[in-house]
Design a binder for this molecule. Structure first.
Ligand code: NAP
Length: 485
């Protein structure tokens, strides 16, 4: 059934199939970053509500784990159809709380639907193994079982699609879930509750709790009923969760921060590199974990690339996400704007040149000018920190070794991109880059069919693809003896 954006905007927790308030009755306001206006409120829940949601998920798990893969695949297909039936409403809701251009919100909702469909298909392919036995009278089977109750925590930058990567595989294999969406963008998370109910997903299979991150997170990590934590967010918070869950030894999927390098060699196709650079830098106003943080450009092409990038950046249309033609929306909050100003001041003090942008946008609020800085060096803060904003820092290099070493000089390892027309170099460089995802002559590579995840402090495990479902499965070895063979 088609709904309007407002009908998805649920201002309550979903626990065991019921929409409920926080015990305290307290609420958190949600603001539209383009206007600063309050667009709604959600419950400020804590430990008690989370504990009840976990209990509801545990109860639902007993029956849900026994459903057939065929049945769960059908539920996910219905969920997928419900998302696409409500594509416009979900995109409008997303832009209203997150700020990104409506076209990007539509892409995010489509991507969420694609992940759900992918896992509907994967649900029926959770195969086990039989292993040749070293004993004549015994047989060895390997089966896969759902891990149990899953706790999911998601960030504000992709509030709809990040949940698809977690809810999709959980339901596919028969797990149940408790979800905590980001406080700045909870409605796109709560919308999953409306969609799940519409798709006939049983009560308690998906529970959603909003509120105090530290209280909800502490209960999720310490409660022994929760068998897996799946988290997308900053490396800093990921480390807190890993530490807190040590006492109950849970499974983990961690999609953490990034510091993506984008290397342009002299032999690159310049048009293609600039187009890729724009895609890899400015999506969601640069607030994406796989966004380019550092452009490394070889000396022979440095000036031409920088000029073209600056011109394309200058031409971006900045505005409210709901306005027609907007290419870059506001940043999520004032803190993000201050962070941009600090990084720019740091780079200028160390010799960087701002060739376009560099300031808050005349639209006010949290709008910021697309910014390009040349003469970037490894001493500048953005060489090691996530920028998370519309700032392109362009570093110069001379040799391939120098570029690869600089690219790998970070604790992160999520995504990397490079442009070259030399096939031997392409293979050499992708083999040396310490990153979970590498785009060769491509600046936008995410798809539900390929594994998404990082090396080093960018995370643990993979989402999407055939690999993503294993994260929700325990492997059981069964030895059948006494066969009298
Ligand atoms: P964040 O501050 O780590 O928050 C992410 C989520 O964690 C939010 O729901 C937040 O809740 C919650 N949280 C905060 N403190 C917590 C605690 N002590 N215990 C439990 N949960 C806690 O990250 P963000 O600023 O929202 O998102 C940006 C970060 O996410 C960037 O580092 C980005 O690279 C990363 N990211 C990674 C991927 C990936 O796939 N690798 C994808 C997208 C984003 P509140 O909102 O209530 O504070």
């Amino acid at each position: 059934m088609l709904k309007k954006a407002n009908e998805f905007k649920r201002e309550a927790n979903l626990i065991g199939g019921a929409w409920v308030e926080a015990d305290s009755g307290e609420r958190l306001a949600v603001r539209n970053p383009a206007t600063g206006e309050v667009v709604g409120e959600v419950p400020k829940s804590g430990k008690a509500e989370t504990e009840r949601a976990i209990a509801a998920a545990a109860t639902a798990f007993e029956a849900f784990r026994q459903t057939t893969a065929e049945h769960r695949a059908r539920l996910l297909r219905t969920l997928h159809d419900a998302i696409l039936d409500n594509h416009d409403a979900l995109a409008e809701l997303l832009t209203t709380e997150q700020g990104k251009p409506l076209s990007e919100s539509r892409s995010e909702v489509a991507s969420g639907a694609a992940y759900v469909l992918w896992f509907a298909e994967e649900a029926r392919r959770v195969y086990g193994d039989t292993v040749p036995s070293p004993w004549k009278d015994r047989r060895i089977l390997v089966t896969k079982e759902p891990v149990g109750v899953v706790a999911a925590i998601t960030p504000w930058n992709f509030p709809f699609s990040m949940l698809a990567r977690k809810i999709g595989p959980a339901i596919a294999v028969g797990c149940t879930a408790v979800v905590k969406p980001a406080s700045q963008t909870p409605f796109s998370g709560l919308a999953w509750g409306v969609l799940a109910r519409e798709a006939g997903i049983p009560d308690g299979v998906l529970n959603i709790v909003t509120g105090s991150a530290s209280e909800i997170g502490a209960e999720m990590t310490r409660n022994p009923i929760v068998r897996k934590i799946t988290f997308t967010g900053s490396t800093e918070v990921g480390k807190i969760l890993l530490r807190d869950a040590a006492s109950t030894v849970k499974r983990f999927s961690m999609e953490l921060g990034g510091n993506a390098p984008f290397i342009v060699f002299d032999d690159a196709d310049l048009d293609r590199a600039v187009a890729g650079a724009m895609a890899a830098k400015y999506r969601n106003a640069g607030q994406t974990c796989v966004c380019t943080n550092r452009f490394y450009v070889q000396s022979g092409i440095y000036d031409a690339f920088s000029e073209r990038l600056a011109a394309a950046s200058r031409a971006l249309k900045v505005g409210p996400g709901l306005a027609a033609g907007t290419e870059q929306g506001p940043l999520i909050d004032e803190r993000a704007v201050t962070h941009m100003e600090e990084l720019i001041a740091d780079a200028k003090a160390k010799g960087g040149e701002v060739v376009t942008g560099g300031h808050r946008h005349s639209l006010g609020h949290t709008f910021f000018e697309p910014t390009v800085i040349t003469g970037a060096t490894q001493e500048m803060r953005f060489a090691h920190e996530e920028i998370f904003g519309p700032l392109a820092a362009v570093f110069r290099f001379d040799t391939e070794d120098e570029a690869v070493e600089a690219a790998n000089d970070t604790n992160y390892g999520l995504a990397a991109y490079f442009y070259t027309s030399n096939l031997g170099r392409a293979v050499r460089v992708y083999e040396r880059l310490q990153y979970g995802q590498v785009g060769v002559n491509e600046g936008a590579i995410t798809t539900e069919v390929a594994p998404f995840g990082g090396y080093k402090e960018s995370g643990l495990g993979r989402e999407g693809s055939a690999y993503g479902i294993d994260e929700y499965l325990d492997v059981k070895y069964v030895c059948i003896g006494g066969l009298g063979l």
